[in-house]
Write a protein that binds this ligand. Structure first.
Ligand SMILES: Nc1nc2c(c(=O)[nH]1)N[C@H]1C(S)=C(S)[C@@H](COP(=O)(O)OP(=O)(O)OC[C@H]3O[C@@H](n4cnc5c(=O)[nH]c(N)nc54)[C@H](O)[C@@H]3O)O[C@H]1N2
Ligand SMILES: Nc1nc2c(c(=O)[nH]1)N[C@H]1C(S)=C(S)[C@@H](COP(=O)(O)OP(=O)(O)OC[C@H]3O[C@@H](n4cnc5c(=O)[nH]c(N)nc54)[C@H](O)[C@@H]3O)O[C@H]1N2
Ligand code: SF4
Ligand SMILES: [Mo]
Length: 722
C-alpha cells in the first residue's frame, strides 16, 4: 500500500532556503545519537515497524555500546499489545546484524544476474553513478531514468521524501506505484468517497463479521485478537476466500467462490436483499444515490446466475444475504487481497455498497472496515513529504510498476529506459511476469542501481549496489494504513559499516551532480519535525518531544468513530454512490476475461499466488535461514479431482507452466482449493529455489479495471509431473 496517496497534494509548498544556504548544509552523520552511541550505559529508544503491513507495530530498543541488548514490542500500545509477529521478533539478528548484510558500495564484476561484485568506496560509487546519470540526461533526457520503489520501507522519510524530490528534479519518468492498494482504494472511493470506515479496535462491537478476501491471522495479525473478542461477545465470523486460508479455518463459515468473482457475489447479495425487502429503506432514501438504477442492475444477478458464476450453491448465496442483512451490528472487513483480479476494483466498489443498503453504518461496530491512512492525510503536515510545487511535473511520462517487464523491453518507447534505480523493492521477485522483468534487467545497455540490505534477486542484476541502513539506524516518522496510531522511529545504533539511509544516498547524488536547490538537502530529522507541525485536532498533544518519550500515540479521534451514521460520505454528492454516471461503468459489473477454447484447454487451472508464508513479508526475510526452515519448501495446493486427472499424488514433483514461465514445486493434494484452482505461495526468491523461478514467473502483468493495479491473480496454468 502506497500510504502517501491522496494526502494534501494541494498543500505542497517550497522550502525557502537560498541556494547558498543549501550548499552549506552538511551531509554529516545523523544527529542526536552520535554522542551516546559508545556509552557503556544502556540506552532505550523507541521505534516502529517499517514494513508494508497494516499493523504498524511499536517497539522499544535497548542498546549498549552500539549493540542491541533488547528488542521488544511496546506493551502499552494497545494494538501492538506486546507482540511482534514471527517475521520481526528477531529483526536485529535477522536483518541489521545479519552476516550477509551488504555494508559497503559494490560494483558489478561478472555478468548481470551472476551476483559477482567487488567493493568500492562511496566516493567512487557516487561519482561514477552521478556521471553516468548526467550523461543519460544530456543525451536522452531525464525520462530515460526510471525510479522503482515500493513499500520496502514505509517510513515517510526513508520511503520517498528525498528520493521523490531527486527524481522529480532530474525529470525522471514517474512510477505509478499501484501494485498494492490502488484498485482496492479506487473501488471503495467510488462508493463511499473515503476508505476510513470502522476503526480496527471497534470490531469488538460487531456481531456479524465478514472477512472478505483478507487473511488477518497471517496478514493483519494484531486485528485477530479483536476479532476473537468479538467472537467471545457472540459474533459470527464468515470468511469469503477462494482459498482455505488459516483465517477461514478459524471462521464459523467459509464461503469459497471462484477467484475474481466477488463483484457478482456482492451484486447477488444485493439482489436477494432487495427482492426480500431486507434493505434499510430509510437509510437508503436519506444517504444514498442511485437505488433505482441499482435495483434494475441487480436483476440479472439472481442467485442462480451468481451461483453459476461463483461456483457456489444458490442456497448459500441466499442464506448469506439473509444472515448479513438480519444481523446487527454487521461489519465487512476488506483489505487488499481481493484487488489483484481484473474485476478487483469493481469488487471493492460493490462490496462497499452493502453496508449502506442494510443501514449497517447506523450502528457502532457496523459498516465497512478498510484503511486508515486518510486520518493521517488530514492530521499531518505533508509539506515535507509531498513534492514542492515547482517539482510537480505532470508532463513527465508515467510508467506503471506492474508493467516493468514490458517497459524495460520496449525499445519503441521514446526515450527507452536506460537507467533503473531500485530502492525499497525487490521487483525480480515481487513484480508479475518475472521472466520478462529479468530479461529487461539483463540488458547490457541498462544501468541498474539498487539500494538494499541484501543481495536480493534484483540486486544481483545491479551495476552498482548501495548499502542501506536498517530501521534501527535511521530517523523516521510512520503513519499507518491499518491503525490510527502514529509512530516515531529514533535510531538506536550508529549505521553499521558504510550503510547510509536512502535519504542520504540521494542527498549525496544531488550534491555530486551539482544541484543547489535546498529541497534536495532537507535533513531527516527536520522532515520528521516538520511533518508533526500541525494544528489539527487529531494531533493535539502529539509532538516530536512527546513521541520521543513514548514512541507512539493514538490520534485524538472522537470517542465513538462512526463516520457514516448520518451519511457524510466524501463523494461529490455527500451520499453513498450506488450509481455514478461519471465513471466508465456507471454501476459495478462482473466482466470476466474471455479465453478462447484453445486457451482454456491449454491452461485450464486458475493459479493463486498469495501471501501464505508466515515468516516472510512479501520477499523480505525470505533469505534468512531460520525463516526458510520454518516455512518449509513451497507446495502447490491441488484439488484431488485435478490431481487424479493428471495422475498426481501427494509429494510428487511438479512443473507448473504457462506461456510466461514455469515453476518446479512439490504437490500437496488438498481441499484447500476447489476443482479448477491451484495455489502456491508468493515471496520465495527464485535464486533459492530449484528451477530458478518463483510464483511471479507465472503471473500476469494485466492491469485492474480501475486504479491501474496488478491483476496478478488472473493467471492460468497447466501442471504436469516431472
Ligand atoms: N505474513 C505476511 N503478512 C503480510 C504480508 C506478507 O507477505 N506476509 N504482506 C503484507 C501486505 S504487502 C499486504 S498488502 C497485506 C495483505 O493482506 P490481505 O488483504 O489480507 O491480503 P492477502 O493475504 O494477499 O489475501 C487475503 C486472501 O485473499 C484471497 N483472495 C485472492 N483472490 C481472491 C478473490 O478473487 N476473492 C476473494 N474473496 N479473495 C481472494 C487469498 O486467497 C487470501 O487468502 O498483508 C500484509 N501482511
Ligand atoms: N504473486 C504475487 N506477487 C505479489 C503479491 C502477491 O500477493 N502475489 N503481493 C504484491 C504486494 S501486495 C506487494 S505490497 C508487493 C511488495 O513487493 P516489494 O515492494 O518488492 O516488497 P518486498 O519483497 O518486501 O521488498 C522490499 C525490499 O526493500 C528492502 N528494504 C527494506 N528497507 C529498506 C531501506 O530502508 N532502504 C532500502 N534501499 N531498501 C530497503 C528489503 O530488503 C526488500 O528487499 O508485492 C506484490 N507482488
Ligand atoms: S510486520 Fe506487521 S505484524 Fe509484524 S511487526 Fe511489523 S507491523 Fe507488526
Ligand atoms: Mo501489499
Amino acid at each position: 500500500m502506497d500510504s502517501r496517496k491522496n494526502k494534501g497534494i494541494d498543500r505542497r509548498e517550497f522550502i525557502e532556503i537560498s541556494a547558498k544556504g543549501a550548499a552549506a548544509i552538511s551531509l554529516s552523520p545523523l544527529p542526536a545519537l552520535s554522542s551516546c552511541a559508545n556509552s557503556k550505559t544502556a540506552i532505550i529508544v523507541f521505534g516502529a515497524c517499517y514494513h508494508d503491513c497494516p499493523d504498524r507495530c511499536s517497539w522499544k530498543v535497548t542498546t549498549v555500546e552500539n549493540k542491541v541488548t533488547d528488542f521488544q514490542a511496546s506493551k502499552n500500545n494497545p494494538y501492538t499489545a506486546g507482540n511482534l509477529c514471527d517475521k520481526m521478533v528477531s529483526f536485529p539478528t535477522d536483518v541489521t546484524f545479519h552476516p550477509d548484510r551488504i555494508l559497503s558500495p559494490l560494483k558489478r564484476s561478472g555478468p548481470k544476474g551472476s551476483g559477482s561484485f567487488f567493493k568500492i568506496s562511496w566516493e567512487q560509487a557516487i561519482s561514477e553513478v552521478a556521471t553516468t546519470l548526467k550523461d543519460i540526461i544530456d543525451k536522452k533526457g531525464g525520462e530515460a531514468i526510471l525510479p522503482y520503489s515500493f513499500g520496502g520501507n514505509q517510513g515517510l522519510v526513508q520511503g520517498d521524501a528525498i528520493s521523490s524530490r531527486f527524481f522529480a528534479h532530474i525529470g525522471a519518468s514517474q512510477l505509478e506505484r499501484t501494485i498494492c492498494g490502488n484498485a482496492a482504494v479506487e473501488g471503495v472511493l467510488a462508493t463511499n468517497g473515503q476508505t476510513t470506515g470502522v476503526l480496527p479496535e471497534d470490531i469488538i462491537h460487531s456481531r456479524y463479521i465478514i472477512l472478505w478476501g483478507t487473511n488477518p491471522i497471517l496478514s493483519n495479525q494484531h486485528l485477530w485478537p479483536f476479532i476473537q473478542k468479538a467472537k467471545s461477545n457472540g459474533a459470527k465470523i464468515v470468511t469469503v476466500d477462494p482459498f482455505q486460508s488459516k483465517t477461514s479455518e478459524e471462521s464459523d463459515w467459509h464461503i469459497q467462490p471462484r477467484p475474481g468473482t466477488d463483484t457478482a457475489l456482492a451484486l447477488g447479495l444485493m439482489h436477494v436483499i432487495l427482492t426480500e425487502n431486507l434493505q434499510d429503506q430509510e437509510y437508503i432514501d436519506r444517504y444514498t444515490l442511485g437505488i433505482e438504477q441499482l435495483k434494475e442492475h441487480v436483476q440479472k444477478y439472481d442467485p442462480e446466475t451468481v451461483a453459476h458464476i461463483t461456483n457456489l450453491e444458490k442456497e448459500t448465496i441466499i442464506a448469506f444475504a439473509r444472515a448479513y442483512a438480519e444481523s446487527t451490528p454487521s461489519l465487512i472487513r476488506v483489505l487488499i487481497g481481493m484487488e489483484h483480479q481484473v474485476n478487483g476494483a469493481s469488487a471493492f466498489r460493490a462490496v462497499a455498497m452493502l453496508p449502506a443498503l442494510t443501514g449497517a453504518w447506523r450502528h457502532f461496530g457496523g459498516g465497512l472496515m478498510h484503511m486508515t491512512y486518510e486520518l493521517f492525510g488530514e492530521a499531518l503536515n505533508w509539506e515535507s513529504i509531498n513534492l514542492p510545487t515547482e517539482l510537480v511535473n505532470p508532463k513527465t511520462r508515467s510508467i506503471n510498476m506492474v508493467e516493468l517487464g514490458k517497459a524495460l523491453n520496449n525499445s519503441a518507447i521514446n526515450p527507452s529506459i536506460n537507467a533503473l534505480f531500485v530502492y525499497n523493492s525487490n521487483p525480480a521477485v515481487t513484480t508479475p511476469n518475472q521472466n520478462l522483468v529479468r530479461k529487461g534487467l539483463e540488458r547490457d545497455d541498462l544501468l541498474t542501481i539498487v539500494s538494499e540490505h541484501f543481495l536480493t534477486d534484483t540486486a544481483r542484476y545491479a551495476d552498482y549496489i548501495f548499502p542501506a541502513t536498517s530501521v534501527l539506524e535511521n530517523w523516521d516518522i510512520l503513519d499507518s494504513w491499518g491503525t490510527p496510531y502514529i509512530n516515531i522511529n529514533e535510531p538506536s545504533i550508529e549505521p553499521l559499516g558504510e550503510s547510509k539511509p536512502n535519504s542520504e544516498l540521494f542527498r549525496l547524488l544531488a550534491q555530486e551532480m551539482g544541484f543547489k536547490e535546498a529541497y534536495l538537502y532537507e535533513s531527516d530529522i527536520n522532515i520528521v519535525k516538520r511533518t508533526l507541525e500541525s494544528n489539527h485536532d487529531y494531533l493535539k498533544g502529539i509532538t516530536f518531544e512527546s513521541l520521543r518519550k513514548t514512541g507512539w500515540a493514538k490520534l485524538n479521534l472522537p470517542e465513538k468513530w462512526m463516520p457514516h451514521v448520518e451519511g457524510n460520505f466524501k463523494t461529490s454528492s455527500g451520499k453513498c454512490h450506488f450509481y455514478d454516471p461519471n465513471l466508465e461503468q456507471a454501476l459495478p459489473d462482473f466482466i470476466p476475461i474471455s479465453y478462447s477454447d484453445q486457451e482454456k484447454k491449454q491452461y485450464p487451472l486458475h493459479l493463486l499466488t498469495i501471501k501464505t508464508p508466515k515468516y516472510f513479508l512479501n520477499s523480505s526475510h525470505a533469505n534468512v535461514d531460520h525463516n526458510l526452515e520454518k516455512e518449509g519448501k513451497p507446495y502447490l495446493e491441488v484439488n484431488p479431482s485435478d490431481a487424479a486427472l493428471r495422475n498426481i499424488t501427494d509429494g510428487d514433483e511438479l512443473k507448473v507452466f504457462n506461456g510466461r514461465g514455469r515453476v518446479l514445486i512439490t504437490a500437496r493434494i488438498s481441499n484447500k482449493v476447489k476443482q479448477g484452482v491451484v495455489c502456491m505461495p508468493q515471496g520465495f526468491w527464485p535464486s533459492l529455489l530449484k528451477g530458478g523461478s518463483s510464483a511471479n514467473a507465472l503471473t500476469n502483468d494485466l492491469l485492474t479495471d480501475m486504479g491501474r493495479g496488478g491483476a496478478i491473480q488472473e493467471a492460468k496454468v497447466e501442471v504436469v509431473k516431472v
